[in-house]
Ligand binder design. Structure first.
Ligand SMILES: Cc1cc2nc3c(=O)[nH]c(=O)nc-3n(C[C@H](O)[C@H](O)[C@H](O)COP(=O)(O)OP(=O)(O)OC[C@H]3O[C@@H](n4cnc5c(N)ncnc54)[C@H](O)[C@@H]3O)c2cc1C
Length: 401
């Protein structure tokens, strides 16, 4: 029987982090095998950013990431920045643009990012094998043995880049957590993040507004996001709500500030200027008509502004500034853009992403308990953590030639 093939690094998961890590190790001269159970690499990249891949965010900073240890991401993020990734994108002639809030997108297609990563892998001589599940991983005598399909390979450096369980129909799994636990690492309870929230039956009035969207400031768990909110037939979505959802825990309230930017007393001012206007009409000057109608119905107020007491209008202003929604759940991993929680960073080196007590085991990307805001932050974490591991993996001289 032929002995198992030997690699300097075997990387599990050919998504954003796995592809970039493989290219990094390969270009340093390492012999790399990159494995994925899906039929093609980078499937989430392909559907990201509406097909244009929001590949980074120029405002990347550690405080835009959620983690049980908010300091963990600092090291990797500071050593591989959005400017670094942008330089790579430009070196491949990929046209890009900044959309809003520092979000950088391809002008044409997310396919260009996958093609770029594959080209970088090819430059490093990376062996890519898709379409077969990893059957087992064992560790003995300083080597990992990885069984997939009919093959078995050996390596001193195993990189786990299999992501989190969000969007299982794309091939996402909790494999990284199982593997981490196999090697004694802890896992912070994974939960859906950047996910639409659902509203209970008593909020049917708002669910009837499906398709209506407006700018709000959504607040939850100490975080605040000024972006669009969208009513859906199940509850709330849109960027402001997706952002807030990452901070939301069952039982908590998400408050939305409608008509952000209005100064205190604006409704009383409107009453003086236009006493014969209705509250609904005044609200509809800054909100979609159907939403203005629903809010008035909920407030139980109708008729001319002139007939409403200043005190009542003051209360309306306050309510609009902190409209409370108590979601009864979220749309779950099936609809979550990312998974919050994951492999506990307490067991990892923030410099190399290597498990502290398991030499040669590296964990990168979304599998780790580091979750970015919406807007390119998650890819930037994938690139940065992949780079950190890719530069740290040592080679045995005998394998380099
Ligand atoms: C619809 C959508 C849009 C998004 N848009 C953006 C965006 O525009 N900007 C942004 O920053 N982020 C975006 N994200 C988030 C981003 O895609 C992820 O954070 C990022 O892909 C994580 O990279 P990763 O390499 O850690 O994991 P992934 O990219 O998920 O890669 C994991 C890989 O591992 C493979 N795998 C899983 N289990 C196994 C197994 N058992 N054996 C072998 N292989 C396995 C998978 O097939 C996959 O190829 C989006 C996510 C979704 C779902």
């Amino acid at each position: 029987m032929t002995p198992p093939a030997e690699y300097d690094a075997v990387i599990l998961g050919a998504g954003a982090a796995g592809l970039f890590c493989a290219a990094t190790v390969g270009q340093r001269g390492g012999r790399v095998l990159l494995l994925d159970h899906a039929g093609e690499p980078g499937k989430k990249i392909l559907i990201s950013g509406g097909g244009r891949c929001n590949f980074t965010n120029v405002h990347t900073a550690p405080d835009r990431y959620l983690s049980a240890n908010p300091h963990f991401a600092k090291s990797a993020l500071s050593r591989y920045t959005p400017t670094d990734f942008l330089a790579l994108v430009e070196s491949h002639g990929i046209a890009w643009h900044e959309k809003t809030l520092g979000q950088l997108f391809c002008n044409d297609s997310a396919r260009q990012i996958v093609a770029m990563l594959l080209e970088e892998c090819a430059k490093g001589g990376v062996e890519l094998h898709c379409g077969e599940a990893v059957r087992a991983v064992e560790h003995a005598d300083g080597r990992y043995r990885v069984a997939f399909g009919e093959r078995m390979v050996r390596t001193p450096a195993l990189v786990v880049a299999t992501g989190g369980p969000s969007i299982p129909k794309m091939g996402a799994t909790g494999f990284a957590y199982d593997l981490a636990r196999q090697f004694g690492l802890k896992v912070v309870q994974p939960r859906p993040a950047l996910v639409p929230l659902t509203l209970p039956g008593e909020e049917a009035l708002f669910r009837e507004l499906a398709g209506v969207s407006t700018e709000v400031i959504a607040r939850c768990g100490g975080a605040a996001f000024r972006e669009a909110a969208l009513f859906t037939h199940r509850g709330l979505s849109g960027p402001a709500i997706l952002q807030a959802s990452s901070y939301w825990r069952r039982g908590q309230t998400v408050t939305t500030q409608f008509l952000p930017g209005r100064e205190e007393g604006w409704l009383r001012g409107a009453k003086r200027e236009r006493p014969r206007s209705t509250l609904r009409k005044v609200l509809a000057e800054g909100l979609p008509d159907r939403l203005a109608e629903a809010l008035c119905e909920r407030l139980g107020l109708s008729g001319d502004l002139g007939n409403l007491a200043d005190k009542a209008l003051e209360k309306v202003e306050q309510k609009l500034a902190r409209w409370p929604f108590v979601p009864d759940g979220s749309e779950g991993f099936a609809k979550a853009e990312v998974t919050a929680g994951g492999i506990d960073t307490g067991g990892l080196s923030s410099k190399t992403m290597e498990a502290r007590n398991v030499p040669g085991l590296y964990l990168i990307g979304e599998a780790v308990d580091v979750t970015g805001w919406l807007g390119g932050y998650n890819f930037q974490w994938a690139w940065a953590s992949a780079r950190a591991a890719g530069l740290a993996i040592p080679f045995k001289p005998s394998l380099q030639d």
